[in-house]
Design a protein around this ligand. Structure first.
Ligand SMILES: [Zn+2]
Ligand SMILES: [Zn+2]
Length: 262
């Protein structure tokens, strides 16, 4: 699997984009503002979109993408998420008031969009164009709305993406159970001075993540995502400053345009 970071910021401005990862040329993980950069030809190739949760910074490209290229596709785009997330998107986004219900446009028989519930822990798989296995599984996370992260498993190993979350024992238990984990992409939105906002919005702050990471026996590289705009350097400095020296080398800020192969 080739995984390209289209957006990995907790906000926008000065070139920042919110969460979206392109897998090969046919899958998106989250559809934040990063996906707005795709060409129309690239958008038309997206067959599957996996959404962690319903917050705007993770979905905002999706309604516009469907409207822009739905007509040029010969099959519906499949929207995968845990069932609770799909209910929110049906009720509050594809409800004809905010945006058309594209699961009924242009017709119920041949719509632009199909809702495809994927419960926590259930493995979804699809081979790529050359027959290589690709697996995507929703994993536990803890946020203000129903949320999952995703475990991506390719032919060379695994990448685990936390989605939006704060400290969650089930997430770390799972991390310890993936023997071929190469990359852990985990959010850290705030410095600890903003712990009140972090706790209320259920995001990691740097001290909380540092104390969780210090307890793990990790061999994977750790990539920090979803940092709030303007506070990136401060968050990374506090995080690294509170980790044992031998862990600091394996932890970096996730970069726009970065590509992983798993
Ligand atoms: Zn969120
Ligand atoms: Zn977010």
């Amino acid at each position: 699997m080739r995984i390209e970071v289209l957006g990995c910021s907790g906000g926008i401005g000065d070139g920042r984009h919110t969460t979206s990862f392109l897998i090969d040329d046919d899958i998106l993980i989250d559809a934040g503002s990063g996906a707005l950069k795709l060409t129309r030809a690239a958008m038309a190739k997206i067959d599957h979109v996996f959404i962690t949760h319903s917050h705007l910074d993770h979905i905002l490209s999706l309604p516009l993408l469907l409207d822009s290229v739905g007509n040029e596709r010969d099959k519906p785009l499949q929207l995968h998420a845990i069932p609770e997330v799909l209910v929110i998107l049906k009720d509050h986004l594809f409800n004809w008031r905010i945006w058309p219900d594209f699961s009924r446009v242009p017709s119920i028989k041949a719509p632009f969009l199909v809702f495809s519930p994927l419960p926590l822990g259930q493995v979804w798989n699809l081979t790529d164009a050359s027959g290589m296995a690709r697996e995507i599984t929703p994993i536990p996370a803890h946020h203000t709305v129903p949320t999952s992260g995703f475990h991506l498993h390719g032919s060379n190993g695994s990448l685990l993406f936390s989605g939006d979350t704060n400290s969650h024992p089930e997430l770390w238990r799972l991390v310890g159970q993936i023997p071929d984990l190469l990359h852990l992409v985990v959010e850290c939105s705030y410095v600890s001075a903003q712990r009140d906002i972090a706790e209320a919005s259920r995001h990691f702050h740097a001290l909380e993540l540092a104390s969780d990471l210090a307890m793990l026996e990790l061999t994977a590289e750790v990539w920090i995502t979803h940092l709030k705009p303007g506070a990136e350097d401060e968050i990374m400095a506090e995080l690294l400053g509170n980790l044992p020296a031998d862990m600091r080398l394996a932890i970096e800020r996730l970069k726009l345009g970065q590509v992983f192969h798993i």
